[in-house]
Design a protein around this ligand. Structure first.
Ligand SMILES: Nc1ccn([C@@H]2O[C@H](COP(=O)(O)O)[C@@H](O)[C@H]2O)c(=O)n1
Ligand SMILES: C[C@@]1(CO)OP(=O)(O)OP(=O)(O)OC[C@H]1O
Length: 158
């Protein structure tokens, strides 16, 4: 069996008047993520980790932020399309580990639902999807509440 690792990282600005989408679910908060899409930073990091592991460029290559058809798109649709590309290349997902960097709100209570939604979209087991969270102890752009970032690591096999 051939195993390949990939990593993904993404950042989105947080601003009032936008919804906070994370891991495919809406997290109630006074600010939301700004993006060409719905700004789901965790899904974007996972897509980049998947593309990276398969050496298939990145999310912006496949889904350009200049494409008017993608304005406001649900990132779950992008993840579904990404999985299609990955499976068409002969790969299956081993497991995912990820970390969301967000000063507030606390997202631990939402993680089981995110795992459930991502499992359904990606057609992989919940047990293979790890989601963690950290603040940055009030330092930097995340700590000041100006943005949210996410890291993801994916193992693929074929
Ligand atoms: N947005 C967040 C950030 C963190 N958590 C949880 O709190 C723990 C402590 O965070 P520190 O940044 O102070 O280390 C962290 O391990 C997470 O379990 C969270 O739920 N949501
Ligand atoms: C998802 C895409 C496409 O709608 O747009 P954004 O929501 O701006 O997200 P980003 O992670 O900056 O880049 C990937 C884009 O191509």
């Amino acid at each position: 069996m051939k195993w390949r690792v990939g990593m993904g990282f993404d950042v989105h600005q947080l601003a009032s008047g936008f919804k906070l989408w994370l891991g495919g679910i809406h997290v109630p908060f006074e600010k939301g993520s700004v993006g060409h899409s719905d700004g789901d930073v965790l899904i974007h990091a996972i897509c980049d980790a998947l593309f990276g592991a398969a050496n298939l460029r990145d999310i912006g290559f496949h889904f350009p932020d200049t494409d008017p058809a993608l304005k406001g798109v649900d990132s779950k649709v992008l993840l579904q399309k990404t999985m299609h590309i990955i499976r068409n290349s002969g790969y299956e997902v081993g497991n995912i580990d990820s970390t969301i960097c967000l000063q507030q709100p606390k997202i631990n209570p939402f993680i089981p639902k995110m795992q459930e939604v991502l499992s359904s979209v990606m057609q992989i087991s919940i047990e293979d999807i790890s989601i963690k969270a950290t603040t940055t102890e009030k330092m930097g752009f995340v700590g000041r509440g100006e943005g949210v970032s996410a890291y993801a690591v994916v193992m693929l096999y074929k």
